[in-house]
Design a protein around this ligand. Sequence first.
Ligand code: ASP
Length: 469
Amino acid sequence: MERIFIKETPDKIGEKVRVCGWVQTVRTHGKIMFFDLRDKTGIIQVVIIPNKDFFAKAKEIRSEWVVALEGTINQRPQNMVNDKIETGKIEMLAEGLEVFSSAKTLPFPIDGDGYEISEDNRLKYRYLDLRRTRLQKNLVMRHKVFNFIRNFFTNEGFVEVETPILTRSTPEGARDFLVPSRLQAGNFYALPQSPQQFKQLLMVAGLERYFQLPICFRDEDTRGNRQPEFTQLDFEMSFVEREDVMAINEKLLVALVKAVYPKKIIQEIPFPRLTYAEAMGKYQSDKPDLRKDKNNPDLLAFCWVIDFPFFEKTEEGGWTFTHNPFSAPAPEFRDDLLEKRNIPNIIAAQYDIALNGFEVGGGSIRNHQADALEAVFEIMGFSKQRIQENFGHMLEAFKYGAPPHGGTAWGMERLMMILENEPNIREVMAFPKTGDGRDLMLDCPAVIEEARLKELHIKIEVLKEPDKN
Ligand code: ASP
């Protein structure tokens, strides 16, 4: 018999059906047994009466065994109706049982929210943790958001392009993860901190409108709510100015909330705008929380922060970029940049999107002319040789006819965390790592065999014993 999903069972009263899933709870009332059977769509109460030939087998079943049950869907007696679940008005009278798998006792309960359970345990047994309704819902909502974004960009004439994972270092303010090359002894790839250079090169290539939902990698120091790998919405457009890119961001965010989170309220549309100086002066933050009612879990207060300084002082007294070295200056500062004067006052054509006190996105109009990009690196004290070695390909590309362009990237986990009112980004990811970058389920990072290292031409000399936890 064909299996149906549990959520379909209320429409099958009087019919015989087959459902499959996990036995969530087993209860006995006198001689009768009750199972709550769970699949990805819901829970159904199954009644098993002793005169059935499979009753003895049914008595062995414990929580989380995986079974198929066949039987007739009946209306529950009025006093047994449970209004809290979708299948609360019906139950199944079992007429057949098939056991697919037994199950050990789970290391923790999965029927609650799970916030109270030690996170190490939850991450070690993530495949069990993910059985809980809250996390399944988070993954489903994440899919709906991603799907909405894909459709939105497709309708707006964007093309989804996947860019490489084995790549060369991009300066985005963090350390790169490195991958040794076996074929090019002594050389390393870097995992992308973002597809920044590729998306700009796609603009030089004439794609005009690109988007992607890429995984990005940043090797940052342990920080509670960061992950070494995370997902962005990344997009780039040609022949645009700052207002055009801001407008499409806003259009997408408003449409997304309306379609996928219709109960949520956006506090102000168009999103209010603050300059960096205003935000810092008024809120001491470049991602201010503008919510008028911080207790309302459905309130979304988006705002733009614009007019960021391009450069900031390094600890050594030089200059570095505040956001993205590929940004253009605001048009009125172009000459200052080219002349390398008035550096602390140069404003970047950068815009950030803040939401309820978090930075959820940022982008800029880029330097599409080689001389301006070169000036940025010169201000940062890079030698001609270093500029050539690291960014020669960008400078070269811009000499073959580069359109003016700009784009944005959103941090998808941060956005999902806020939309789902979760306390951290790990709750909206399938397989997150710990704050110090370990995968407790796969137990990695892990030691690599000597032979594999040899193949990679690598000899390890441990300069510092790693901290043992
Ligand atoms: N690549 C930038 C980032 O990852 C975003 C952008 O400017 O498009 O933050």
